[in-house]
Design a protein around this ligand. Sequence first.
Ligand code: 2P0
Length: 328
Amino acid sequence: MSQAIAIAHSNIALAKYWGKANVEQNLTAVPSLSMTLDALSTRTEVYFDPALSEDELQLDGKQQSGRTKLRVSQLLDRIRAKADTVCRARVISSNNFPTAAGLASSASGFAALAMAASSAAGLRLSSAEISSLSRASSASAARSVFGAYVALNARALSAEPVLNPDEFPLAMLVAVTAKGPKKVGSTEGMTRTAQTSPYYQAWLDRAPAVYDRIRVALLEKQFEALGEAVEESAMMMHASMLAAKPAIRYFRDVTIAAMQRVEDLRDQGIPAYYTMDAGPHVKVLTLPEHAEVVERELRSVAQIQDVISCRPGPAAYLIGDAKVSEAK
Ligand code: 2P0
């Protein structure tokens, strides 16, 4: 039996991806750029076991079936094809944050799975190859293979690192507004937006220029220009979804209240900018020296349940066989 354990960290897109250029291969229609987060991670153990007749998936202590398990098996199938084996696997994965609630669990999840499973299968793949395997399952996962600031170009097979954390240390405060899974998953939401939103084409037309501004502002360490473009990317993406039929609205009243609080902070001279993904949570980008006050302000917003203070996180990595858990 061969086994491996990997840890990957979640990421939040500063420049958003929404929409596919190729559904079958899961290639993205627009370029995206993210920050890998140190405080949100997934730990995944993979055991290839000849005694198994089918793959098994345990997620946060619960045996999984259905679509979640199918997506895992599809990634394992790609690895089995590369490694020339038919051996089934037992996968044990846990997140240190709520699963499937818009905190990018599929990003860290599939990155950790691709790294652990390829290693357990005896493959020695480059980071770019692991990123490509992750992307085929979930595009945002391609970015979680790398640390700090990471780009995934439109139609790219794999992501690439853009900047080291020490070159531009930023803080991302994740305001958790509601626990539990979201109503419309990202993949379904993207399909509906592409098929029904009159603003989808406008999003496709404008997103690359906003991505360029985000990339340049990051490389030139221009925080205000970065923050303004980050908000623009999020709002343009959500506008395209809001115009879908039926509308895709991830915002709740608490989401709007948190956005308002961030704008109020800016009026008081504190540089902070919000971004939202496929869920009600609000993520606030600020400079490390303002992180404490921004966190305190967010905690005082009614209905915000928790605030997770993040800094740029590491690339995905394997951990030694000695640390394989006894419980299987
Ligand atoms: C992003 N999101 O760039 C965007 C912003 C959510 C909003 O990537 O269909 O789970 O598996 O490729 O990667 C979430 O979508 O979607 C996502 P699939 P994924 O982070």
